[in-house]
Design a protein around this ligand. Structure first.
Ligand SMILES: NC(=O)C1=CN([C@@H]2O[C@H](COP(=O)(O)OP(=O)(O)OC[C@H]3O[C@@H](n4cnc5c(N)ncnc54)[C@H](OP(=O)(O)O)[C@@H]3O)[C@@H](O)[C@H]2O)C=CC1
Ligand SMILES: O=C(O)C1=N[C@H](C(=O)O)C[C@H](O)C1
Length: 244
């Protein structure tokens, strides 16, 4: 049995993770921690699943590594700098593992992989992400990760910058730009998490899309990461290696 602790246990994702861990035959939900509760409640667990918020996640990770506890982290906002800090924190105990994934939905992981595969074949690629209106960060971690994957694929294929004649955009209508890839964020009732990647080339459009309609969509990925992280010391970013 893998002893699991959940951080952010009373949030939208934390609640779903507690139910999924409880239902898994090879896991035991040993500790749940909400805001203002002591991390010491997690002492003795094998794996901590963290679905708190970006301002607390690095402190949580440091505490877990200090106590030789593996982590599965779903909190968004892990840019390159944060990932480097996470690597430094993990270096303190080479036997401890952490899986940090921008999206635990299996379909979302595939959507990102397919987008990276398509990227080198089209002149243009733009991302539209849509989320529930209680999401606190924009653009989503998934969209940022996808933009980076697309940019890396374009660079490898030696594609030039995307043609765009825009000269004036005082209101930011062309969206955020990550590594040269535009992201447009929608916040609306009716969504959990959706993303479309739209590609354009001479005479054609190509769209790849994924919709999480319920937080249940993230649970198989979270449980997979809990099972795998105990065998993978150091930092694993994304679910790609675990699915392979
Ligand atoms: N990787 C993935 O697949 C997914 C990632 N996410 C990400 O996960 C994060 C959480 O999302 P979501 O569940 O929707 O957000 P919620 O706001 O519903 O949940 C966050 C929870 O963490 C609690 N919390 C805040 N600080 C602490 C702390 N120091 N210790 C313990 N608990 C704390 C909050 O308490 P309080 O309510 O009192 O503030 C809240 O209950 C976000 O960053 C989101 O982007 C979401 C879905 C999927
Ligand atoms: O806040 C959310 O809900 C989600 N956050 C993650 C992100 O920022 O990409 C994953 C998913 O999109 C849901």
């Amino acid at each position: 049995m893998i002893k699991v602790g959940v951080l952010g246990a009373h949030g939208r994702m934390g609640t779903a993770v507690c139910e999924a861990v409880d239902a898994a035959e090879d896991m035991e939900l040993t500790a749940t921690v909400g805001r203002d509760e002591p991390l010491e409640k997690l002492a003795g667990v094998d794996v901590v699943v963290d679905f708190t918020l970006p301002d607390t996640v690095m402190g949580n990770l440091a505490w877990c590594v200090e106590h030789s506890i593996h982590t599965v982290v779903g909190v968004s906002g892990f840019d390159a700098k944060r990932l480097e800090s996470a690597r430094e924190i993990l270096a303190a105990d080479p036997e401890v593992g952490s899986v940090i994934a921008p999206n635990f939905g299996i379909g979302a992981v595939l959507m990102m992989q397919f987008a990276a595969k398509a990227a080198k074949h089209f002149d243009h690629a733009e991302i539209i992400e849509s989320h529930h209106p209680r999401k606190v960060d924009a653009p989503s971690g998934t969209a940022v990760h996808t933009a980076r994957m697309i940019a890396a694929a374009r660079a490898e294929a030696e594609l030039p910058d995307m043609p765009d004649a825009t000269e004036s955009d005082p209101q930011g209508a062309r969206g955020a730009e990550i590594d040269g890839v535009r992201i447009h964020a929608i916040r609306s009732a009716g969504y959990v998490a959706s993303q479309e990647v739209r590609f354009g080339g001479p005479g054609e459009r190509f769209t790849i899309g994924h919709d999480s309609l319920d937080r249940a969509s993230f649970m198989p990925g979270v449980l997979l990461a809990v099972r795998e992280v105990v065998k993978r010391p150091g930092l694993t970013v994304g679910l790609d290696d675990l699915l392979d």
